[in-house]
Design a protein around this ligand. Structure first.
Ligand SMILES: *[C@@H]1O[C@H](CO)[C@@H](O)[C@H](O)[C@H]1NC(C)=O
Length: 419
């Protein structure tokens, strides 16, 4: 992230395994999905949170990113280096595109936004983040925006523990993850999802799962393999889990820094004790040149998420190929809920990839037991010793204790609005 675009002196070519397992479905409440990211991943988190606000129902977190659509009408470097990018055209675009190229902008009133930046960040920086805040206050009540500035921190992902191989908080160098005595993952997750159980500071219960990021789960500039953290509790269909998407920044993709973003950011520690799955989609270095929004011709050698239009003029709109791939991943992961109404979206699919239904999908059998029966609304659907149905004919199976889970109405069913 030292430079978003320029080819670094020693370029790493990412090499990943030829194949990974197909992405699995889990019992995820469609009303408990959020996204956050650092730097280009922060810009991407805002793009996803705005364009697909009907999917990211808990809102979004931006670590050292910037305004939505910032690089379309001005050169991308204006949106970096602690500059002062204009937000007037980007903000009017949000209003113009509402309900067509992006989700209904009024949905943002119901979303939380978390923002973090280091005061010594000269790669993106506080001025750029201030402009994001100004832009979002057009749509989100300031009471629902948490904006944290950490004194002395550089362009890096802040944690409160020493991860193996991390850089110091005051320097922007690989892997761009630092002990800043500030738990960024915990702060963002708790702002977006509400108070959480204390994180697991010891050995985690769950596992890191690789998955095949090709087909409708992949796009230009993305690696063939992505990663999930799945806590032990979420491997069982009887536990209702939430889902958070964590997006790495430039030079932080798996082929460049291995598992450091997946393991050293601290998201998994919180996920482990809170029935939360973390999705880590992966970008990849791309040295071929592309015409970007503002007319320049640029490669993407640092494996940044697309916030400048490398992979289409619609890169920050519904159907932008990278966003559509990530949303398809989210929908697949959340399709095992047994809810009669799983995620519905305006139109999540990419124009150039396999399409999936844009109407409400119905998933009633995904988690049914061998008996093939479904628990009724308010009926028991799980718990130690329970031998009855573990999928709900209606609603979402909600675990109260290890011994009792019940089918409850899904809030998401009420919030889905046709656009
Ligand atoms: C803040 O967001 C919540 C949803 O998380 C919403 O219900 C509430 O109306 C929002 N508050 C304001 C003042 O807009």
């Amino acid at each position: 992230m030292f430079s978003f675009i320029t080819t670094v002196g020693c370029m790493t070519i990412a090499v990943t395994g030829a194949s990974a397992a197909a992405l699995s479905s889990y019992n995820v409440d469609p009303n408990s999905i959020s996204v956050s990211g650092l730097s280009s991943g922060g810009f991407m988190a805002a793009q996803l949170g705005v364009a697909y606000s009907d999917i990211f129902t808990k809102g979004f977190g931006v670590f050292a990113g910037g305004p939505y659509d910032c690089a379309r009408n001005q050169y991308y470097t204006t949106c970096m280096y602690n500059g002062n990018p204009s937000i007037s055209t980007p903000t009017s675009n949000m209003k113009t595109w509402s309900g067509s190229k992006i989700a209904d902008i009024n949905t943002l009133e119901q979303r939380k936004v978390y923002m973090w930046v280091g005061s010594s960040d000269s790669t993106v920086g506080p001025n750029v983040m201030n402009q994001l805040q100004s832009q979002l206050t057009n749509f989100v009540d300031s009471a629902n925006i948490s904006y944290v500035k950490s004194s002395g921190a550089a362009h890096t992902f802040p944690t409160d523990f020493d991860g193996s191989g991390d850089n110091s908080c005051s320097s922007a160098t690989s892997p761009f993850i630092s002990n800043c005595n500030y738990d960024g993952a915990g702060a963002s997750l708790q702002w977006l999802h509400g108070t959480l159980n204390a994180k697991n500071t010891g050995t985690l219960s769950g596992s890191i799962v690789s998955f095949d990021q090709t087909g409708s789960y992949g796009a230009s500039g993305m690696d063939r393999v992505g990663y999930l953290y799945v806590p032990q509790s979420c491997k069982s269909v009887s536990t209702v889990c939430s889902l958070h998407v964590a997006l790495h920044g430039c030079q932080q993709y798996y082929g460049k820094i291995g598992s450091k973003f997946v393991e050293n950011t601290g998201y998994n520690k919180w996920a482990d004790t809170n029935n939360m799955i973390i999705l880590f989609p992966q970008a990849i270095s791309d040295s071929s040149s592309h015409t970007v929004w503002n007319g320049g011709v640029l490669p993407n050698p640092n494996g940044c998420w697309d916030w400048v239009g490398w992979y289409g003029t619609d890169a920050d709109q519904i159907g932008g190929v990278q966003m559509a791939a990530i949303v398809n991943q989210v929908k697949k992961i959340a399709s095992g809920s047994g809810s009669t109404s799983s995620i519905s979206s305006t139109s999540a699919t990419s124009t150039s990839q396999t399409t999936i239904s844009t109407t409400q999908t119905t998933t009633t059998t995904a988690t049914s037991t061998s008996t093939g029966t479904l628990a009724p609304l308010y009926g028991q659907c799980g718990g130690i010793g329970w031998t009855g149905p573990t999928a709900c004919a209606s609603g979402v199976c909600t675990s109260y204790t290890p011994y009792y889970a019940q089918c409850l109405p899904s809030l998401a069913n009420l919030l889905v609005r046709p656009i």
